[in-house]
Design a binder for this molecule. Structure first.
Ligand code: SAM
Length: 304
């Protein structure tokens, strides 16, 4: 790669788009097309905001800036590293988060629910929130902004992920009311109850996992795959949720394409499947009363 005639920001974005198309890259880590991905990579590498006035696109790059950017484009194209990892940063709910290969790149449609403070679903302002399977902490930290009085717990099995989440808590200055707990599912939270439990757990089934584009191989497998039907952890969460929700609490869980498996395993359960204007699917909601009502059934469908 020695594009000697590239000068401006615009030139570099255009050139990157051509290389991305030529290489047949996959886009699914915060962008869904080559233009947005290239714009994010070029502007991010120059420490410029994504929404920049058009006039600035005609500014020229310094030589060292160009060398750095060309190396990032090379790694995006040849190694298929997602742009967010190359920049060490991803945006979620309009907030910046440190991300690296210890955590998934934030992209959950749950962002849209947080943006509308879970309207019309929450019966009252939640005072205790749990983000189970927190990864970078993006969902829980965004909830802390949405509900400034709430205490927020970020749970994850991975110590590596929790290091990133702790960094993001500090970055957002939320140490006083947001904290991390390590554990397998609810194991690290005995006796604790929450008004809102929100989770984007690993849920990719074995078939989808085998077909995932190369970009996903940079993400931790623990954050994606979870047994044949993807629901090993979700089954356990359902069986235990009633013990961790307050009287009128809510459980909101993303299961993506594994929605079909949820519906097949629990045909008796009246899950509310949430709808999204900005894209996304496979997120269900259960009230605490439903978690209590179906707890026996959820327990009876645990594996093994
Ligand atoms: C799909 S990622 C979600 C990360 C983050 N919530 C997001 O939306 O970007 C799932 C996370 O679940 C964690 N995880 C996997 N198995 C777990 C378990 N048994 N108990 C708790 N966390 C688990 C992984 O370490 C990973 O960080």
């Amino acid at each position: 790669m020695s594009p000697s005639r590239l000068r401006t920001v615009r030139d570099h974005i255009r050139w990157a788009v051509s290389r991305f198309h030529e290489a047949g890259l996959f886009f699914g880590h915060g962008t869904d097309n080559a233009w947005d991905d290239a714009r994010q990579l070029v502007l991010g590498s120059l420490h410029l905001p994504f929404e920049i006035a058009d006039a600035y696109l005609d500014c020229r790059l310094e030589e060292d800036e160009q060398q750095h950017l060309l190396e990032l484009i090379r790694r995006r194209v040849e190694d298929r590293v997602p742009t967010a990892y190359l920049l060490g940063e991803a945006w979620f709910c309009g907030l910046p988060f440190l991300v690296d290969e210890r955590v998934l790149v934030p992209r959950s449609p749950i962002a849209e629910l947080i943006g509308s403070q879970f309207e019309p679903w929450l019966p009252a302002t939640p005072m205790r929130i749990l983000d189970l399977c927190t990864g970078s902490g993006c969902i829980g930290i965004a909830c802390a902004y949405a509900f400034p009085e709430a205490e927020v717990v970020l749970g994850d099995l991975s110590f590596d992920a929790l290091e990133v989440a702790n960094h993001n808590i500090e970055r957002h200055g939320l140490e006083e009311r947001v904290y991390t707990v390590q554990g397998d599912g609810f194991d690290g939270l005995p006796g604790q109850r929450f008004d809102l439990i929100v989770s984007n757990p690993p849920y990719v089934d074995a078939e989808d996992f085998a077909d995932m584009p190369a970009e996903y191989q940079h993400e931790p497998e623990l954050g994606l795959a979870c047994g044949d039907d993807g629901l090993d952890l979700v089954r356990r969460m359902l069986a235990e949720a009633a013990d961790h929700l307050s009287e009128k609490g809510l459980l909101i869980v993303e299961v993506g394409n594994s929605q079909v498996h949820v519906e097949a395993i629990y045909p008796e359960v009246d899950f509310t499947w949430l709808e999204f204007e900005q894209g996304g699917h496979g997120v269900f909601l259960l009230a605490a009363s439903q978690c209590r009502e179906y707890q026996k059934l959820f327990r009876s469908r645990l594996k093994g």
